[in-house]
Design a protein around this ligand. Structure first.
Ligand code: MG
Length: 164
């Protein structure tokens, strides 16, 4: 089984560039973040795909600024998705590389190109999410999806990458 790791901020939840680090670090902040419905619905379709679930585990992989932020994000996953997705969520400390989870061809779905470059350097496969506020530097030339595409399109695109 390979793991497909899915980022939270800027992928499942809107990344608000107007918020300061202090605001984002407040307990309860992640509970107030609007969800990106097309991405969330596409992830539900991926998780519920029987053929994919024989080969892949789908898990959240998010940087958390503090323990309360982990708890808040886990609560969002429990409400929007299910207990298993919430309980399987993986968190790295804010500022710590996600690439420790890349080994063996695991997949990362993320909006931040430096994370994706590190991931592929460590042996994984990256899929970039263009969310309307990123992608301004043009450094990513690998797989990608657009967060505002129809959920079916996001789902089929990612499924195509996973089964290529
Ligand atoms: Mg992100």
């Amino acid at each position: 089984m390979k793991n497909v790791y899915i980022d939270f901020d800027g992928v499942l939840g809107v990344f608000d560039t107007t918020k300061s680090i202090e605001e984002v670090a407040k307990p309860g902040y992640s509970l107030t973040v609007p969800l990106m419905k097309e991405m969330c619905n596409a992830v539900k379709m991926l998780k519920e795909d029987d053929a994919l679930s024989k080969e892949f585990n789908f898990k959240l992989l998010s940087a958390a600024i503090a323990l309360h932020a982990e708890q808040d994000k886990t609560q969002v996953l429990r409400e929007e998705f299910d207990d298993r997705f919430a309980d399987d969520a993986v968190f790295v400390q804010y500022g710590t590389s996600k690439s420790q989870y890349a080994e063996g061809g695991n997949i990362l779905i993320d909006d931040f190109s430096p994370n994706l470059h590190e991931w592929e350097a460590a042996g994984g496969i990256g899929i970039k999410v263009y969310n309307g506020i990123n992608g301004n530097h043009g450094t990513w030339t690998g797989y990608s999806v657009h967060s505002k595409a129809k959920p079916e399109v996001i789902y089929r695109t990612i499924k195509g990458i996973l089964t290529a």
